[in-house]
Design a protein around this ligand. Structure first.
Ligand code: S3P
Length: 426
């Protein structure tokens, strides 16, 4: 499906940001392995999180959904049954990797498959440590690519040093660790998002955190909870950037999750000189939330690298759009992980923004953007990557002519009402 975005005069108004994708996935999965009835409010009904619901239903868990309210009837670890059907994760890396952590310890056979993009994403970062714990997993490239066949069983704890700062890797190993004998601990080079640690604690699990190491003792059970999902800062990011770069704009985003492992975009906006206000800060379910107001800003370039990268990894496509409107050269480095996201986001961001006249170049571990540039119209593609599609729509709103974006249906993965929200602000 194609969508044409026309240049806008201004963007004004208030938007309630849809539920956080990472937290929605975890609420369903933890509810499924907990004992009792877990209720979820503010669930993101995006395609990725619906894949998690569908997979856990195939594993025998009763899950009801009405809009953004979900009820999960967990029967503990033993409630998971050998699925009759293949578990299809669609486009969702989080479903794949976290679910592998669960399946790796269950005494049955299952097959995990996903779409074309999932088939290219590296899974050995999860299957290797799970195999070291005793899980049997096979697939193309010695268990690196889907389809993956899993036969779980008796597993033992592991002390694992992850070469990448990845919440999916950390979470998969911790989930397996919960079902394994002994202690499991994961250390990562920089701290990745910690929603798993926070939500497991809320579900009654004891875990220990020390700097970038998290440890759990095995054979723990989870108690059902009520989970209130905050808005997704990664979705808010598109409108934060739009508010800063479209002239005569002021946008308020309510209900935004402000977990410090996710707020790299806020730091970037502040460092670039954006007019950003944070109001009504509070804590719900161990997670900080706030309302954010952004208005048209004069921006300066910055360098982005090191420990901040995992705190804004999903926001880099739209940060690149932001940088095209900033004065000077913005350098994004230490971001090789972009190459193994839904697309190779170094390639897709650079090639598509170039089509709109941006002065941008790819580097080995990121990109350099020279600004400010008046973006032009043109034809671009999302390449089936939701965040590329939305970044292009924001670029289109400051371009001089229309921007035609193909494959926009990919946006349903994380923000099904994205274009409705954009229209409401015009
Ligand atoms: C996620 C972790 C990140 C992020 C992804 C969601 C999660 O991936 O990019 O969109 O929910 O744990 P990595 O763990 O691969 O960095």
């Amino acid at each position: 499906m194609k969508k044409v975005v026309s240049p806008v005069q201004s963007l004004n108004g208030s938007i309630k940001v849809p539920g956080d994708k990472s937290i929605s996935h975890r609420a369903v999965m933890f509810g499924a392995i907990a004992n009792g009835k877990t209720t979820i409010e503010g669930f993101l009904p995006g395609a990725d999180c619906l894949s998690t619901i569908s997979c856990f239903r195939k594993l025998g868990v009763q899950i009801e959904r009405s809009g953004d309210e979900v009820t999960v009837y967990g029967n503990g670890w033993e409630g998971l049954k050998e699925p009759d059907e293949i578990l299809d994760v669609g486009n969702s890396g989080t479903t794949t990797r976290l679910m592998l952590g669960v399946l790796g310890t269950r005494p049955f056979h299952s097959v995990v498959i996903g779409d074309e993009s999932i088939g290219k994403r590296p899974m050995a970062r999860v299957t290797d440590p799970l195999k070291a714990m005793g899980a049997k997993i096979d697939g193309r490239g010695e268990g690196n690519y889907t389809p993956l066949a899993v036969r779980g069983g008796e597993t033992k704890g592991i002390t694992y040093e992850s070469p990448v700062a990845s919440a999916q890797v950390k979470s998969a190993i911790l989930l397996a660790g919960l079902q394994s004998k002994g202690l499991t601990s994961v250390t990562e080079p920089f701290k990745s998002r910690d929603h798993t640690e926070r939500m497991l604690t809320a579900f009654g699990v004891e875990l220990k955190e020390d700097n970038t190491t998290v440890s759990v003792r095995g054979l723990q059970t989870l108690k059902a909870q009520h989970v209130l999902v905050p808005g997704d800062i990664s979705s808010a990011a598109f409108f934060l950037v739009a508010g800063a770069i479209v002239k005569n704009s002021s946008i308020t985003l309510t209900n935004v999750g402000m977990n410090e492992t996710r707020t790299g975009i806020i730091d970037v906006l502040n460092r670039m000189g954006a007019h950003l206000q944070i109001n009504n800060s509070k804590v719900v379910n161990e997670e900080k939330i706030a309302d954010l107001t952004i208005s048209t800003s004069k921006l300066s370039s910055i360098e982005i690298g090191g420990e901040i990268i995992p705190r804004l990894i999903d926001e880099i496509p739209v940060i690149a759009v932001l940088a095209t409107q900033a004065n000077g050269t913005t350098v994004i480095k230490d971001a090789e992980e972009l190459k193994v996201k839904e697309t190779n986001r170094i390639d897709t961001v650079v090639s598509q923004l170039k089509k709109l006249g941006a002065n941008i170049e790819a580097t080995e571990d990121g990109m350099m953007i020279h600004g400010p540039t008046k973006l032009t119209g043109g034809k671009v593609s999302s390449f089936g990557d939701h965040r590329i599609g939305m970044a292009m729509a924001i670029a289109g709103s400051v371009a001089s002519e229309e921007v035609e974006i193909s494959d926009v249906e990919a946006i349903d993965v994380s923000y099904p009402n994205f274009f409705d929200h954009l229209s409401e602000l015009i």
